[in-house]
Write a protein that binds this ligand. Structure first.
Ligand SMILES: Nc1ncnc2c1ncn2[C@@H]1O[C@H](COP(=O)(O)OP(=O)(O)O)[C@@H](O)[C@H]1O
Ligand SMILES: [Mg+2]
Length: 475
């Protein structure tokens, strides 16, 4: 799918290039450029500024720049501000799309509603300057990613720190840009610390909703019995302690994006409520009778295999299909090649600055260890390791001993970086299963016992052992 809409346009345009008038047969027209046949352009230099006369039902003149693509064709990029583009080319494209009744992106028939394609979700009102702006920034996004490539993958802007020059990450960036133009739910999967929340934010920030709130809720961090109130809000007196009416995250995200983190851990009863909400975006606050509406885009993330969760009855199949329309799978750090080195250096520079320490870089041995380690905690672990190393480092270079990755353990474990200690692993698994059962059953001990296939006293013992079941003040 391309970002800028393009339509077939077979008129002839005139350009004024260094005082010469040239007639050029056009091939197609997009919001930001017109494609023409190259052979008539001999007397113009590449990148030359020209004025373009084009018949958009009425004669229109725009400034532009020639850009030869190498083959039989050349592109003349419009060099005008967004308002002017919306009024001229935007208006023409919108009218043409309305006339043909076909979406320029996915070719779906528009069936009456010409402003929004039901097939791909793209907004087709190019007279709207905000849409023109958003699409233009997308194109810039592409250019930026090229610059990023040339600079080894680092964008230096304060607010953009999404690093990646490896092939799988370029794919991710591509999807982020594509998905940002639609309003469909997005499902982001990936191990912990791979950047799922960062990805969700990146989509939001590139979407038309970017000036509205991005609200995140972590389904694991909120105790199960509070999750519904947290999501949909509550009315005064809805339950003991509800002293005043409170808006839920859904309401707070109105007009923007709601990020549901760790959705795989959402209890089944809340899943049903979310599904109902996704049907027509209406909901009631807890204890409320009035049906409210919220215009939100849902982005969900999970580090569990949802398909398996569906098979095991822990996740609603209908909700899974509803969310599984547009997906992004974030690769683990160990599959991103040299990105790990680029990132380590980037985070080092950042931490050193924060700590006001004069640290110049890593030793070769340290870099080798960073490259070979498997980073089970992914980027989050890398950030922590680098930060700690910066705090501990005595010299100008960080050596392998400053890194809290256990190199000895790596070699003992065949360089896999996996902890094979049986007892530690059994404990870890036991804790995980208990936490899951606790969430699914909303803390009901009999249900937990049934799910785990153990007695109630055993459940109590395990809860005590792992400190699960005490409702902590998380917020
Ligand atoms: N590609 C990346 N470039 C820069 N920072 C990243 C990248 N991926 C993740 N991070 C950082 O790593 C940390 C963990 O990312 P997060 O999005 O919270 O992961 P997840 O939600 O998958 O656990 C955050 O501080 C985030 O900013
Ligand atoms: Mg997260």
């Amino acid at each position: 799918m391309r970002v800028a809409p393009r339509i077939y346009y077979k008129g002839t345009i005139k350009i004024n290039c260094n005082g010469n008038q040239i007639d050029l047969p056009a091939i197609d027209l997009s919001l930001f450029a017109v494609k023409v046949q190259n052979k008539f352009l001999d007397i113009c230099k590449n990148f030359q500024e020209v004025s373009i006369h084009i018949d958009l039902d009425k004669e229109t003149v725009l400034k532009g720049k020639i850009f030869r693509t190498g083959g039989d064709h050349a592109v003349i990029l419009f060099n005008e501000d967004d308002e002017f583009i919306a009024e001229t080319i935007g208006e023409f494209l919108t009218r043409e799309i309305e006339r043909t009744g076909v979406c320029p992106y996915c070719k779906t028939s528009l069936n009456g509603d010409s402003k929004m394609c039901k097939g791909c979700g793209m907004n087709l009102d190019f007279t709207n300057v905000h849409i023109v702006k958003a699409l233009k920034e997308f194109r810039l996004g592409k250019l930026i990613s090229k610059v990023v490539e040339e600079n080894g993958g680092i964008k230096k802007e304060e607010d953009v720190e999404f690093i990646g020059a490896s092939k799988p990450m370029k794919e991710v960036f591509k999807l982020i840009r594509k998905y940002a133009t639609t309003d469909y739910p997005v499902l982001i999967t990936g191990e912990t610390g791979t950047g799922k929340e960062l990805t969700a934010r990146a989509i939001h920030e590139r979407s038309l909703r970017r000036n509205k709130p991005f609200i995140a809720i972590n389904c694991t961090a909120v105790p199960p019995d509070l999750l519904e109130a947290e999501l949909f809000g509550y009315e005064k007196g809805a339950f003991t302690g509800a002293y005043k009416t409170k808006q839920g995250k859904v309401e707070l995200a109105d007009g923007g994006t709601l990020f549901l983190d760790e959705i795989g851990d959402m209890p089944l009863d809340i899943q049903s409520k979310l599904l109902r909400f996704l049907q027509d975006y209406s909901f009631e606050r807890l204890g409320g009778t009035k049906t409210l509406k919220a215009d939100v885009r849902i982005i969900a993330a999970t580090n569990v295999d949802l398909e398996r969760a569906v098979k095991e009855g822990r996740f609603r199949e209908d909700l899974y299909y509803r969310l599984n329309v547009l997906t992004i799978k974030l690769p683990p750090l160990r599959e991103r090649g040299d990105d790990v080195i680029i990132m380590a250096q980037y985070f080092l520079e950042k931490s050193a600055k924060e700590l006001n320490k004069n640290i110049k870089g890593f030793t070769d041995r340290a870099l080798e260890a960073i490259k070979n380690y498997t980073w089970p905690g992914n980027v989050r672990e890398l950030i922590n390791v680098v930060r700690k190393a910066c705090v501990l480092a005595k010299g100008e270079y960080i050596d392998v001993d400053d890194l809290s990755i256990n190199v000895d353990k790596l070699s003992v474990n065949g360089g896999e970086g996996i902890n094979l200690n049986l007892e530690e692993n059994i404990n870890k698994l036991e804790k995980e299963l208990l936490e899951k059962a606790f969430r699914i059953s909303s803390g009901n001990v009999s249900k937990i016992a049934a799910l785990l296939g153990v007695s109630r006293p055993t459940v109590y013992k395990l809860m005590e052992k792992y400190g699960i079941g005490r409702i902590e003040e998380k917020r």
